[in-house]
Design a protein around this ligand. Sequence first.
Ligand SMILES: [Cu+2]
Length: 342
Amino acid sequence: MTRRIRSKALACVGMLAAVALGACARHPQSVFRPAGPVARMELGLMATSLWIMIGVFVVVAGALLYVIARFRERKGQEGIPPQVEGSHILEVLWTGIPIILVALLTVLTVRTTFALAKPPASSQHPLQITVVGHQWWWEFKYPQYGIVTADTMHIPVNRKIELSLQSADVLHSFWIPALGGKEDTVPGQTNLLWLEATRTGTFPGQCAEFCGTSHSLMRMYAVSQSPTAFSTWVHGMQHPNSAPKTKLAKQGMQIFATNCALCHSIGGTPFTKGTLGPNLTGLGNRRVIVGGALQNNTQDIIYWVHDAQHIMPDTIMPNFSTLLTPSQLQAVAAYLEGLKRG
Ligand SMILES: [Cu+2]
């Protein structure tokens, strides 16, 4: 083996090892750790298809290698070897087996597709959530409870969730891998999807359809909670504690009223008209903001209000760097951080 071939072979082995080891990392946003029946059914279908294909590959590649070795040209051999064609048994086998396998895959796929398309029965008391994709954040409305929130979808564990998927602007795709596959949100149309989480936890997701400049920042989280914790969250969102508690926060509320209330609503306040931007009820209790692109802390809130276009290019949120002074930004952040659930 020449040195060049050896180094190429080493590079290939290195790359394969990197891919294999990369798969060992614990990524929470993965279809391989399903947390509910929809994701489990989809993973089951994928795994069955994959094992069938691995079987086909092993048989075909094995037969090929055997034939190459067994019938290779040997020393002293001359002329064309005897030509064999038209074996009935072989013809039937390599036509019949693929037909059976494709039929099996078709039956499994159609059965899973129908099972997933069937909405939960009303006797199962599904929780209804309207999901609206926006450039570049997710809005979650709970019509049964009169709640609107953004970025993080709270759901009770072991209860069917019926999602109505809509879009406020362009095509997006709703995807929380641990709970289920992708479903598009289409302007002017409502798509239905059901999910269920069978264990508590926080499951990350993201928009899976290219939707403009800041598509990659359009993330979301599903928080699966015990029924009691979910009821507490619902109650807290329905009766938020939105009154400013400090002088600085009061000042921030005034600034919010003149600069922000046209686009943002806050439960428990007179600010109820703004629907262009995320509803900010209970914002102080959220872990992430800005479509999951920023953490919820004073520094990031100020950074966002000051320079939104830098963080999320082309967002409809304007930069307030020239409109608000640093102390006014501090006041707005104090007001927003003080917005708590009840
Ligand atoms: Cu999107």
